[in-house]
Write a protein that binds this ligand. Structure first.
Ligand code: ACO
Length: 382
């Protein structure tokens, strides 16, 4: 047994996986061997979820069956809806509302509350969870806007139906395609804090709902999924100030603050997903989408590149451009991180299923650096 301390588990291999691979040196991301650029351009989110969970691209018939099973599972139990209404009244954060409602879904699942590790049963349960996350978010948003949630429409794709339930409108096909693509980009990303959380929970053979709920909790922090909201928060503050974007970032650097959306534990160059989303943001702007932030993002990236930060390996990550695109699509700002969770649910479930096929309880150790041999003093003598 090694006694070396690996704080933050940097570079530590915890398992083998065939699902996705990140080459941080050249900025490459693949799912099951396929480049993310090809999947983003040519596949649908449902197709990518199938690929991640089953290991192969589906045939037309397989995709049809898988998509319609997912579509059937979108409806929420009325008790979950009632809870979402209460949470909206209490002004709960959307990410926390999603965490609570996802955990609650298990009460209405006909399967047992622990996992047997039987792969088909786990995929079934995975479908029930994945399909309901968009309905949870859209319904929560409807309640906090003071309207009744819309029922899911099984004839639409998961991405398109989410946008419809969220805004109450059908939306353009470009918006639907862009959002679907963004879900693909966020569906999986090798090992990371939230996926690790999910498999730690899964390694105890706890229920899949517990794994996904844990994943949502881990993703919520600003060092992980919360960064996409931090980026837009920065752009909003910038907008309200008298500064230009470069001046703003220079001031941040003087104060020793980190630029949200920059830096990554694995990527040493610009995240490939940031390249794709930046191009999409430009396309949306050319198509007339309202959105103020693409100019800020590009100016900040250009300055940080010239100033040498990017060369040091602190380059734009996916979050630097995802918020820009969501803003153009008119998605409310505080749903950006929950949307990341909606997409990554595919990765969490896939990894838990894969891990449980050859399960070993994850049980690391901590180096004890506290005192030993302290004599106990009874309370009345302290
Ligand atoms: N802006 C400015 N400097 C930075 C940034 C940044 N965003 N990120 C890292 N650095 C600097 C650090 O200050 C440190 O400098 P030093 O060596 O002079 O002290 C150096 O780069 C290394 O930083 P670490 O914290 O050791 O890098 P780590 O790998 O732990 O951090 C992390 C990765 C947490 C993502 C970090 O880059 C960060 O906080 N970024 C901003 C938040 C963010 O965008 N998170 C999203 C990550 S992607 C995702 O989860 C989807």
């Amino acid at each position: 047994m090694t006694s070396e301390l690996a704080k933050g588990l940097d570079g530590i291999l915890v398992t083998e996986s065939e699902m996705s691979y990140v080459d941080g040196e050249i900025g490459r991301l693949i799912y099951r061997g396929f480049d993310i650029e090809d999947l983003a351009e040519q596949a649908t989110y449902e197709e990518v979820v199938y690929l991640l969970w089953y290991g192969d691209l589906p045939s037309e018939a397989e995709l049809e069956h898988f998509s319609s099973r997912l579509a059937e599972e979108r409806v929420l139990h009325q008790d979950v809806l009632a809870t979402l209404e209460r949470l909206a009244e209490a002004d709960e954060e959307p990410m926390s509302a999603l965490r609570t409602a996802t955990s609650m879904l298990s009460a209405y699942d006909p399967e047992a509350s622990y996992t047997t590790g039987e792969i088909d049963l786990s995929r079934e349960k995975g479908m029930r969870i994945l399909a309901k996350v968009p309905t949870i978010l859209a319904s929560f948003h409807a309640y906090r806007e003071g309207r009744e949630p819309l029922d899911p429409d099984p004839s639409r794709s998961l991405a398109g139906d989410f946008l419809r339930m969220l805004s109450g409108e059908s939306g353009s096909s470009l918006a639907g395609e862009t959002f679907d693509m963004s879900l693909i980009l966020h569906a999986d990303h090798g090992m990371n804090a939230s996926t690790f959380t999910s498999i730690v929970i899964g390694s105890t053979m706890a229920d899949l709902y517990a794994s996904v709920t844990g994943g949502i909790g881990a993703l919520s922090g600003p060092l992980h999924g919360g960064a996409n909201q931090e980026v837009i928060r920065m752009f909003r503050d910038l907008e309200d100030s008298e500064h230009g974007p470069v001046e703003w970032v220079k001031e941040m650097q003087k104060r020793g603050e980190r630029v949200p959306g920059f830096g990554h534990r694995v990527y040493r160059v610009k995240d490939p997903r940031a390249h794709i989303l930046e191009a999409k943001a430009v396309e949306l702007a050319e198509e007339g989408a309202e959105g103020r932030y693409i100019g800020y993002a590009q100016a900040i990236e250009e300055y940080l590149t010239e100033s040498g930060l990017v060369e040091k390996g602190i380059a734009p990550n996916v979050d630097f451009y995802s918020g820009v695109v969501y803003d153009q699509l008119g998605i409310p700002f505080d749903l950006y991180t929950p949307i990341f969770a909606m997409s990554r649910t595919a990765g969490w479930i896939g990894h838990v299923i894969e891990y449980q096929e050859d399960n070993r309880l994850i049980r690391p150790r901590a180096r004890y650096v506290g005192p030993k041999d302290v004599e106990f003093v009874p309370i009345e003598q302290r």
